[in-house]
Design a protein around this ligand. Structure first.
Ligand code: ADP
Length: 444
């Protein structure tokens, strides 16, 4: 058997951190989501709206024409391939484009069209003939700022003379330079510096202030306070918009401190369910045994694409090497890769270039690959208290009821971990059947 094992760095085998679960980095995850997103995420829920003035009429739009946008902006939207407003945009755009401007707090999961909405608002309020910053957008990281800037550039392709500037560390502006660009996107620290210390931006002239990814923002030390200092210096007629993918209490508290008299728009996330997933487990003695069981499953059912989850980087690497040596086309997605590398691995997998994706927890969220027919828990997700991690189990295996096709899930379980699996079964009130690895006929 030929052993073509490519450059997989197994040096971590001795590293101390390798038994650690990969830590989830909110900003990196958010960026990854943006890089791999190809289309809008749908939701069957209704948009919930809370108006600051409940007696004022509530407008929603079904087309972009209804918004009476500048010709060149409409052209930009259509050039991006947008036909009609997304669910959240239907409600948010009329508020965001209203006269006089209204403030807005909007929450919906990533991929539902928030960025496109506020970019549209910024572009429609900007005056190309005035050469100073008029719109200010705060983002949690340099990379996320760049992503938003790209959307401005694409949507504003036909808005000649409207330009974007990045207020991010490393973007050095020589002394005495005047910032003539109308839209500034940056991280709170650098923006603060540009406004107060270097006086490059006159906050009293800002018409639209956007705080994007509020949940990631408050997760970073100092960003909330810096954002609030910036907001305090804005004129009262400035439109203030805040977006977040999640809405824990802490985000709410922050949102309400920073956005005066807001309208609020929420779009709930589609719930994951295990209803249309058939779940099995195989009892194993050790890692080698688990691998054997995996091979048996592989040998007996036709598998479209599979995702295999391991608890540690070390296990993931070991399994990758084993499978490659057995001639499988697999790729390994793990926490030490850069976000760009991860995005490219997910893209290749989506394109069907590899049939198997092996990964650790870090990547359980956000990957939504419709053609995946089986999910394998090579290791059960367990938290630090050695208890089952129900949420992660659900994220790995669950599908949204509405779009989900039927799926198969396999758990490779050491005998001593069986009680944990039974807890999972009880928790979700769904049955996980035992499978004899020598006799796969039981799977339909
Ligand atoms: P969010 O900011 O909520 O993560 P985005 O604005 O980045 O969402 O939109 C997610 C994806 O959907 C992007 O690829 C974007 O280009 C696309 N998109 C946004 N609005 C529309 C629309 N109205 N029609 C079609 N695609 C859209």
């Amino acid at each position: 058997k030929s052993t073509t094992v490519p450059n997989i760095d197994t040096s971590l085998d001795n590293a101390e951190d390798d038994d650690e679960d990969d830590v989830v980095d909110l900003a990196a995850n958010s960026l990854l989501n943006k890089l791999i997103r190809q289309s809008l995420i749908e939701s069957s829920h209704r948009v919930e709206v809370l108006q600051k003035d409940p007696s004022s009429p509530l407008y929603s739009v079904k087309t972009f024409e209804e918004l009476r946008l500048k010709e060149e902006l409409l052209k930009g939207i259509y050039a991006m391939g947008f036909n009609r407003p997304s669910k959240i945009q239907e409600m948010a755009l009329p508020m965001m484009l209203a006269h006089p401007p209204q403030n807005l707090i909007a929450q919906s999961q990533s991929g539902t069209g928030k960025t496109a909405a506020f970019v549209l608002a910024m572009l429609s309020r900007v005056n190309a003939l005035e050469l100073f910053p008029q719109c200010l957008c705060l983002a949690p990281t340099y990379e996320l700022a760049l992503q938003t800037g790209r959307v401005v550039e694409r949507m504003g392709k036909f808005c000649v003379d409207v330009e974007v500037m990045y207020a991010i560390r490393g973007n050095r502006i020589p002394r005495g330079t005047e910032v003539t660009k109308q839209i500034v996107i940056g991280t709170p620290g650098t923006v603060l510096d540009w406004c107060f210390k270097r006086k490059l931006i006159d906050l009293t002239k800002i018409r639209v202030f956007v705080l994007d990814e509020a949940d990631v923002m408050i997760d970073t030390q100092g960003f909330s306070d810096q954002s609030i200092r910036i907001q305090r210096a804005l004129p009262s007629e400035c439109q203030m918009l805040l977006f977040s993918a999640t809405f824990e209490d802490s985000v709410w508290q922050f949102a309400e401190r920073i956005i005066p008299d807001p309208n609020v728009i929420k779009l709930r996330k589609e719930e994951l369910t295990l209803n249309n997933i058939r779940q099995y487990y195989v009892l194993c003695e050790n890692r080698t045994d688990k691998y054997q069981a995996l091979c048996n499953i592989y040998g007996s059912i036709t598998i479209g694409q599979a995702i295999i989850f391991c608890q540690t980087r070390r296990n993931a690497k070991w399994l990758t090497v084993e499978m490659m040596q057995d001639g499988h086309q697999v790729s390994l997605l793990s926490g030490e890769l850069t976000v760009e590398q991860r995005a490219s691995i997910i893209q290749r997998f989506r394109d069907g270039k590899e049939k198997v994706l092996i990964t650790t927890n870090v990547c359980a969220r956000g990957i939504d690959v419709k053609q995946v027919t089986i999910v394998v828990n090579f290791d059960l997700p367990i938290n630090q208290a050695e208890e089952p991690d129900y949420e992660t189990y659900l994220h790995r295996i669950g599908r949204t009821g509405r779009f989900g096709k039927k799926g198969l899930a396999f758990n490779m379980i050491e005998v001593e971990k069986l009680p944990l699996l039974m807890k999972i079964q009880d928790h979700f009130n769904s049955s996980i059947k035992q499978l004899d690895p020598e006799d796969m006929d039981e799977i339909e």
